[in-house]
Ligand binder design. Structure first.
Ligand code: FAD
Length: 332
C-alpha cells in the first residue's frame, strides 16, 4: 500500500493504464502521478525513489506493452508537462530587458517576448517539455517553416519518450535535431546533456536511466510550404506501409544486424516466415507490416506477449536470427 502523505503532484489512485497506451492493453497502477511541469516531475521522481520503487515514466504509451494486472508501484505520466515554445535568443532577451544571468539561468523557462521574433533566425530552436507531443511539434515546425523533424510525421508519442527511444526511421533519428536535453539524474537533480554526452544509437537515447524533463530542438530555416510537402510525403509513405489506423505499439522488434539476417529487416523475416496474420486471442501480426502486432479488439497483454514469443521462436528456428524487442515491456 502506497502511503499518500506529501503528495508531490496531482495523482489518481488505481488508474487504468491500457487507455494510456496506443496498443490499448495492460492493467492498472496503484498510483498514477501526474506532474504539471518539469519541477513537479523532478519532485515526483524523487518521491518514488525515496519510497524504494522503480521509476516508471509513461509518455504517450506508443512503444509500450504493459502486463495485465497491477504494475507493482507508481507510474509517472508526463502528458500534463506538454509546453512547447520558441527559444528566445540571447539578443532578444536583452532587448526585452533580460540579462545574461537570466539566459544562463534557464532556457527551459518560457520568456514572454513583448515583440516579434526576428524575420529569420540562423539557428531556430524550439524548447519542448517532456510531455509535448511529437506530432504537435511536427505541426509547430511546419507552421514556422523550420526543417529538421519532418521524418517524425506520423510517429506518435511524447518528445521525452522519443528522446529516450531515439525515435527514427530511414530518414534519420530524432537525436539529429536535438541540441540539448535536460534530464533528472540519479541524484534527483537537473542536468543538461548534449548529444556528445549521450552518444545515442539505434532506438536508444542512451540516457543511462536518466529521466527527460525537456529538450531543445534545433532546426534549419526553410519555408512552411516546403516543410509541409515533406511532412505529407512521410505521412503518405507511412500510411502505405504501416497499419496506422489500427491499435499497435509500433515496431515490436529491432532490426537485426544485417550481416546475420542477410540484410533483411525484422518485418521481412516475419513476412518470409509466413507469420503475417498469425493470431492469438485479439492480437494479430499485422497483414500490412510483419513487425507490427495489432489489437483487433479485446486483446490482452497475455495474447500480445504470447504472439510475440511465438514469432520470435519461429524466426529463430527458421533463420537462426534472435530478434530483440524494440517495444518496452512493463511488469513482464
Ligand atoms: C503507429 C505507430 C507508428 C510508429 N512509428 C515509429 C517510427 O517510425 N519510428 C520510431 O522510432 N518509433 C515509432 N513508433 C513508436 C513510438 O512512436 C516511439 O517509440 C515513441 O518515441 C514513443 O514515445 P512515447 O512517449 O509514447 O514513449 P512511451 O511508449 O510512453 O515509453 C517508451 C519508453 O520511453 C520511456 N520514457 C517515456 N518518457 C520518458 C521520459 N520523459 N524520460 C525518460 N524515459 C521516458 C518509457 O519509460 C519507456 O521505457 C510508432 C508507434 C506507433 C503506434
Amino acid at each position: 500500500m502506497i502511503s499518500l502523505e506529501d503528495w508531490p503532484c496531482a495523482a489518481v489512485r488505481n488508474a487504468d493504464l491500457a487507455a494510456r497506451t496506443t496498443l490499448k492493453v495492460g492493467g492498472t497502477t496503484p498510483l498514477l502521478l501526474e506532474p504539471g511541469d518539469p519541477e513537479e516531475l523532478r519532485r515526483a521522481v524523487t518521491w518514488v525513489r525515496e519510497r524504494g520503487f522503480e521509476v516508471r515514466i509513461l509518455g504517450g504509451g506508443a512503444n509500450l506493452i504493459i502486463a495485465d494486472g497491477e504494475v507493482p508501484g507508481p507510474v509517472i505520466a508526463t502528458d500534463r508537462i506538454r509546453r512547447a515554445f520558441r527559444y528566445v535568443p540571447f539578443e532578444l532577451r536583452m532587448d526585452l530587458g533580460g540579462s545574461r544571468e537570466e539566459e544562463e539561468a534557464d532556457p527551459f523557462v518560457e520568456v514572454q517576448p513583448r515583440q516579434h521574433f526576428p524575420e529569420s533566425e540562423p539557428t531556430p530552436r524550439l524548447v519542448a517539455w517532456a510531455g509535448a507531443s511529437m506530432p504537435g511539434l511536427v505541426g509547430m515546425s511546419k507552421r514556422l517553416g523550420w526543417s529538421g523533424i519532418e521524418g517524425l510525421a506520423g510517429v506518435p508519442g511524447s518528445i521525452g519518450g522519443g528522446v529516450a527511444m531515439n525515435a527514427g526511421g530511414s530518414w534519420g533519428d530524432l537525436w539529429d535535431a536535438v541540441e540539448r536535453v535536460r534530464v533528472i539524474d540519479e541524484t534527483g537533480e537537473f542536468k543538461d546533456l548534449l548529444r556528445a554526452d549521450c552518444q545515442p544509437s539505434y532506438r536508444n537515447g542512451n540516457l543511462g536511466g536518466a529521466i527527460v524533463a525537456g529538450v531543445v530542438l534545433e532546426f534549419e530555416p526553410s519555408h512552411p510550404r516546403v516543410v509541409d510537402e515533406e511532412v505529407r510525403r512521410y505521412l503518405l509513405h507511412k500510411r502505405q506501409v504501416q497499419p496506422v489506423t489500427e491499435q499497435s505499439a509500433g515496431c515490436v522488434f529491432k532490426n537485426p544486424d544485417p550481416e546475420l539476417s542477410g540484410g533483411r529487416s525484422a518485418g521481412q523475416l516475419v513476412d518470409e516466415a509466413g507469420l503475417k496474420g498469425r493470431t492469438r486471442g485479439g492480437a494479430q501480426v499485422s497483414e500490412k507490416h510483419g513487425n507490427f502486432v495489432v489489437n483487433r479488439g479485446g486483446a490482452t497483454a497475455a495474447d500480445v506477449l504470447a504472439l510475440i514469443e511465438e514469432v520470435r521462436q519461429e524466426v529463430a528456428s527458421r533463420f537462426g536470427v534472435e530478434l530483440a524487442t524494440e517495444v518496452k515491456l512493463w511488469g513482464v
